[in-house]
Every structure is written in structure tokens, then in C-alpha cells.
Design a protein around this ligand. Sequence first.
Ligand SMILES: Nc1ncnc2c1ncn2[C@@H]1O[C@H](COP(=O)(O)OP(=O)(O)OP(=O)(O)O)[C@@H](O)[C@H]1O
Length: 258
Amino acid sequence: MLEIKDLTHTYADGHVAVRDVNLTVANGELVSIVGPSGCGKSTLLRCIAGLIRPAEGQVILDGRPADGVPEGLAVVFQDYSRSLLPWLSVRDNVALPLKRRGMSKAQRREAATEALESVGLAAAGGKYPWQLSGGMQQRVSIARALAYRPSLLLMDEPFGSVDAQTREDLEDLTLQVRGGNDMTILLVTHDIDESVYVGDRVVVLGASPGHVRADLPVDLPGPRDQISTRELPEFVRLRAEVGRLVRGVTETTATAAK
Ligand SMILES: Nc1ncnc2c1ncn2[C@@H]1O[C@H](COP(=O)(O)OP(=O)(O)OP(=O)(O)O)[C@@H](O)[C@H]1O
């Protein structure tokens, strides 16, 4: 279980990016995080990833306070162009973090090949990242995270720079891989529909400073489907509710504005 307790982070210039964030995520849960630009989504992820030490509060993983980068963590960022090493082949990029797992060269190669297959890039292992399209590079980043078999996967706008079709494919891929592995996923997105489509819960952050504004369960049947799930009345209701919350409009003010 991931527990975030009373987390506050103030940057060196005195800017309070997030204040008193409390959040509990069960093992195997996929939680979408949405909120207006600058509300502290990335700051929160970076605190959980151990990349920045929060000014106050704690990140607790399976009952133990996290100190530094947690064991079993993988991260996928939006900027795939900077996340892959251009001088390594695609397969070697995917295999690289597995050295930390103490796997032999043959095991690393096999795991990388398998992960590339799962993202539909079995044939691209011998190529270099710069020989692939943006969407393909992002799939390589996801394959690298999956090969690592993380217990916690943090995704920061992972599909932000790919075309709409690839984005849907990657959303489905995320749902598919998390189904087969007991992986806890936190996914930051600007896309409200996406947050509802992939999430077991949607956490809406409010701004100035960042705080948890709402935590909504997503009660949609699985397996989810890009066409039929998005037509369900519950999907339509939730996306409207999340949309209002992100824009800072409450039910009461929305009604009053009519
Ligand atoms: N290194 C830094 N020093 C000072 N302030 C920072 C730093 N990094 C981020 N901030 C500020 O902290 C706030 C939260 O930033 P953060 O990147 O976490 O927000 P976000 O919700 O992820 O934004 P976006 O949706 O635009 O990516 C913003 O006001 C930002 O300007």
C-alpha cells in the first residue's frame, strides 16, 4: 500500500507547491491524478519517486517510510525524446535498468524482448530510438518500465505527445499490463476523459497551493473499451463531474450559473 501523509512541499524560492496532501492507494490500484496546470501534480509524483524530499510529511510504502527512490519503482515521463539513450539500441535501453535487478545478460535480453513484444515492438529491438516515431519511442519507455516489473509505476503525462489513435492504444496497453501484474499505478494526465477511462479512482487536485480537492471512485465495468465504455451514462456523468472540479466549479455554482 502507498500512503501519502500530510505531504507539503515548498521549493527553494519559497513557493508552496503542494500542501497537506493525504492519499492512500491500495496495491494493484490505478489512480488517475488530474488538476489545473501548476497545481503540483508533478511535484507530488517527484516526492513519491524520491526525486525530491518533501518539506513536510511522509511517503509510506507497505508500512515503511520511503527514503530516497523506492525499491520496485518505475517512472514514465512525457518527454520520451529525453528518456531513452540515443547511443543504445531499443532492446538495450529496455534491458538497462534490469542490471539493478541482478539479472544475467541473457535474462535481461529475454525480459527486454518480451516487454517489447507486449507493446507491439518485437521487430524494433535492434533499432536506435531516433529511428522510431514519437509514439513508438513512448512505447519503448513503457516497455522499459514493464520489463522492470515494478510494484509501483508512476506515469507523468505519459501519452501527452502522441497522436490520438496511439494514445488510445497506450491507454489500453496500460490497462492490459496492469491486469496481468499486481502493479500500483499513479497516472498524471491533463485529459479528463482519459483519467476516467483508465482509473479505478480519479483524484482531483486543486491549486494554490496544490491540495486534494476530490477523490472519486470510478465504478465502470471491465474490461473497458474505447467505444462502449465512453458511451456509458456513468462515464459521461463522471467526466462532467471531474471537468467541473478541475475548473473549480462546484455542483452548487454550476447550478446557480444556469
Ligand atoms: N523547481 C521549482 N522551483 C520553484 N517552483 C517550482 C519548481 N518546480 C515547480 N514549481 C512550481 O510549483 C508549482 C507546481 O508545479 P508542478 O510542475 O508540480 O505542477 P503541475 O500540476 O505538474 O503542472 P503542469 O500540469 O503544468 O505540468 C507550479 O507553480 C510551479 O511553477
